[in-house]
Design a protein around this ligand. Sequence first.
Ligand code: PBG
Length: 333
Amino acid sequence: MLSTTYPARRMRRLRAQSGLRELVAENQLSASDLIYPVFVLPGEGQREAVPSMPGIERLSIDELINDAKDWRALGITTLAIFPVTPMSAKSDCASEAFNPEGLAQQAMRALKRAYPDLLLMSDVALDPFTSHGQDGLVNDQGYVVNDETVEVLVKQALSHAQAGADIVAPSDMMDGRIGAIRQALEQAGHSNTCIMAYSAKYASSYYGPFRDAVGSAANIKGGDKKTYQMDPANSDEAITEIALDLQEGADMVMVKPGMPYLDIVRRCKEELKVPTFAYQVSGEYAMHQAAFANGWLDADKVILESLLGFKRAGADGILTYFAPQAAALLQRK
Ligand code: PBG
């Protein structure tokens, strides 16, 4: 027997047809939300698979320019450039970081020449260039020294801006680096170069595959970055870090890693109301790929669901190794 009282509100009514579901959808994912991180190799005609990141290849600049055509056709607007620096170019003082003929600088110049309106984001940190794999200079005790590191980061950021970076993205977590970089950019006439600060960057174990990809894993030899990256236990501290970077001149801020830190994304957007990005990092990508390869999860569905989760949490954009695949799925929808 049917009851004679009906639910005042049937939540299912708006779910009954796809058109209605779309009409009331609160969040939307589009290709223009995605930033694609790419790994750059020296030489020509080079493509190397990254074993812990199935589907990702390190590419020499000519291959990168070739593949970028497809990414642009899919609607991807922004690439994040990560150089794979040969061992011979690494040193304790990381001077390769600001070499105008360095790999990142060369790649950005070549990409800008080929695609003037492609947005380029550069990573400002010393780990690809130090023989010890830390993001900064170390003293005799092995401690990463702050202010001396910031001086090198400033030179690196300037060389990126000169090479055509639209966005410089300090990922090093030194104190005061955003202010120092902002000032130097202004003084050098790069007042429109944006800064996306990796503000809330945690000392995470999800970065392992990335360190394989750029070849810094062997250098760091099981060491960690806990004296500068944040403790995963903390949330208020992230808000303070972000607020400081904003005061110092950051235009956009980032939370990293992504999925385990969506609470921070939400707090950042709610409390600070600024352009907020999240990085779905290499370990998150690897976990997903492992499940896809085993047939445990459906890639086409889970990729978009995972990215929509970032939008729902408040992210304006997402750095993701799934960018081309996700953009292709969105195009088909
Ligand atoms: C370097 C840097 C890292 C990542 C982005 N920039 C690694 C680290 O801090 O050790 C990680 C990205 C990823 O895991 O996908 N400062």
